[in-house]
Design a protein around this ligand. Sequence first.
Ligand SMILES: [Fe+2]
Length: 448
Amino acid sequence: MIDRYLAHNFAPVDREITETSLDVIGTLPEELSGRYLRNGPNPVGAVDKDRHHWFTGAGMVHGVRLEQGRACWYRNRWVRNSETIKALGEIPSDAPVSGVNNTHVIGHAGRTWALVEAGTPPVELGYELDTVGVNTFFGTLSDRAFTAHPKIDPDTGDLHAVAYHWPDFGDHVQYVHVGRDGRVQRTVNVPVPGMPMIHDSSLTEHYVVLFDLPVTVSFDLLGRGMRFPFAWNADYAPRVGLLPRNGEAMDVIWCDVNPCYVFHPMNAYEDGDGNVVIDLCRYERMFQRDVQGPFGDSLATLDRWTVNPRTRVVSETRIDERAQEFPRCHPGRNGKPYRYGYSVAVEADTFPAINKIDVHTGVVTRVDIGPGRHAGEPYFVPRAGAEDEDDGYLLNYVYDQSRDASELMVLDARTPAEGPIARVLLPARVPYGFHGSWVPDGYDGPSV
Ligand SMILES: [Fe+2]
């Protein structure tokens, strides 16, 4: 079996660190006071290499706290579940523990949440990343299924999510609307003809966008004991659905697309003609040959889908044919017309550069981050009082092979090619992971 997802900087770290003496190269922006958090898989204890999947390792959140130009601490903490508690030799507490919350970490309603998909409820973390326990949005998430990728409505601060719950749902997925106060306001069960893996969604002014694509539960993989039993299903009809924000399942506008898989949209919005425009990282195939991670079948191109809700026709065009992933945009532009996006370049299974995408001109600027250095998801933080959409900072954990350790790299998003304005050197590797957030201090709104 392929073990690339345990090698190089995919390899897990073996301990938790608290470091309050951090070297900084350059100048940290004084206005950044808060925490840059990122979640990812970090298996603990012995790993069964034959049944391993990159997506199933125990969650570990890495955080750096900044305050008025200083780097105050770095911490990494496993997100506790029964498996990690046992492997770490800890005494179980009375707080309920969950599954593998390893995919995203967000701030919302004054709390910190570690998130994952497929039927595991959110886990609340403390300020210093200790595990508080399962929090079903204060008891309001009745079916306990959520997603790693809630979409923020920047106008209201509400979260909109599409959840699947294997094996409990079986015949539907669920739209979940969470208010700014962290309470579920509404759910809608949407029937689907199988059990698709729906990793992410999009939000526009009038719609929630569902990606119903041909990666589904595989009974073959289940029979082989694979920890992540989802695979390419050539018999499953790929489609994208537009659920009106206040609509019911019967109102979903389903539109066929060509066979593909999408983990992550960069953004989506409605154009002046009422079309839904979705920019996304699109894979030609997923989990067909490589059933232990996402990089062995095809690599993602950056594409644009323009969905006409009246004709149900989707036109597909390519923005950039170079492989990339973890696309993000200005959080205040989510669901709205926008100009700039950011992603990380993918070569085989490493991440050697950052992309700045201008969707107005179609120009994609590839930002070199230096030899032997590997980035992750770029997170954009707008500068206070900024008027230009790209006036802000790009935060990223970068692994530096020469030190065999990582750093928090801060770029000026207007001029990323000029190099970092600040680097916070960390005492250990931050293994390749998934998604993160900048959570400003004293902020009770969403930071997704
Ligand atoms: Fe994701």
